[in-house]
Design a protein around this ligand. Structure first.
Ligand code: LHQ
Length: 289
């Protein structure tokens, strides 16, 4: 992955100074967070562009996988804390005056209007999503990454649940994702202490799929996305939904959900193509989305 803060490892069709770079390689749509001077921290502008770009990828039937990464040395430092929507008032020494009535800044509004729609959009994408975590992923940046289907990270990357350090709770799906990915004990450790978890530990904890050498991250992530793009998209997306749903289901209900999905997929082109290709010893060509 590029270490030059002004460039991305992937091509883009939008201006280099846009906070979100958008490119396409074959059937893979590549989105690169591009505010490297602020470690790609989320502003409302970037959050909006990201959501629109995911909507576009979801609508474009030529897109069969989405790859998300960051430009420069970080993946994303979470919410930009200098954003006027949430920036607290403080004096020239950085001190907050406890006697001064603070202007009402309901940061929950930011979640309602930007983060919740974004997290839902990501988790309901009609194509698989891959995140290439190229450096530190903190706060909502970490949880946005963890919301992707497959998360690869470079060995120098790390994950920080930075929320407790500024008096907040994990958001952007963090409470839901962390407990499911690593269990309550480790979720509590990450969320309460807010310590940096190196990518190699994130892999051994089961927080992410793979930790790879920094120099291999871009190519490995692209290979993974291209591989997913050739697989039966509809079945992959139903698999995501079934795995997510299973956490809240009794065993018998999970079996029934599997049967319902299998029943639907069994009539679809991709199953017929996959089975026919296997039996006639040829490569399948999947097309359902
Ligand atoms: C930043 C940021 C940043 C602005 C680095 N903002 N500038 C949702 C809704 C509503 C409200 C609040 O929150 C949320 C969700 C959240 O995401 S809350 C969590 C917000 N994120 C954080 O608290 C992380 C803050 N950043 C850090 O702790 C460090 O920057 C990390 C550990 C990520 C990286 O440390 P370093 O590698 O030492 O880099 P640095 O701290 O020197 O940062 C480099 C520059 O990036 C620096 O600017 P400067 O002009 O001094 O070079 C930072 O101010 C800027 N930056 N994070 N979140």
């Amino acid at each position: 992955m590029s270490t030059d803060p002004t460039t991305s490892a992937f091509p883009s069709t939008v201006a280099d100074d846009s906070p979100l770079l958008i490119g396409t390689e074959g059937a893979v749509r590549v989105l690169t967070l591009n505010r490297p001077q602020a470690l790609n921290a989320f502003t409302t502008g970037l959050l909006s562009q990201l959501r629109v770009a995911l909507d576009d990828a979801a609508r474009d039937t030529a897109v069969r996988a989405v790859l998300i990464t960051g430009a420069g040395r970080a993946f994303c430092a979470g919410q930009d804390l200098s954003d006027p929507h949430i920036k607290p008032e403080f004096d020239e020494h950085g001190a907050v005056d406890p006697h001064r009535k603070p202007k009402a800044k309901d940061i929950g509004n930011l979640l309602d209007h930007y983060y919740i729609p974004l997290a839902l959009r990501l988790r309901s994408m009609p194509v698989p999503t891959v995140c290439a975590v190229n450096g530190v992923a903190a706060g909502a940046g970490a949880n946005f990454a963890l919301g992707c289907d497959l998360v690869l990270a470079g060995q120098s990357a790390s994950f920080i649940q930075a929320f407790s350090k500024i008096g907040l709770v994990p958001d952007c799906g963090g409470t839901w994702l962390l407990t499911r990915l690593v269990g309550r004990a480790r979720a509590m450790q990450l969320a309460l202490l807010g310590d940096k978890l190196p990518a190699a530990d994130a892999q051994s904890w089961g927080l992410i799929a793979r930790c790879v050498a920094d120099a291999d991250l871009a190519s490995e992530a692209m290979l993974t996305a291209q591989k997913l793009a050739k697989l039966p998209t509809a079945a992959l997306v139903q698999t995501r939904q079934a795995l997510d749903a299973s956490m809240d289901l009794e065993f018998e209900d999970a079996l029934k959900l599997e049967a319902k999905l299998q029943s639907q997929l069994g009539y679809a082109h991709d199953y017929l193509e996959g089975a026919a290709a296997f039996l006639s010893k040829r490569a399948p060509v999947f097309k359902d989305r």
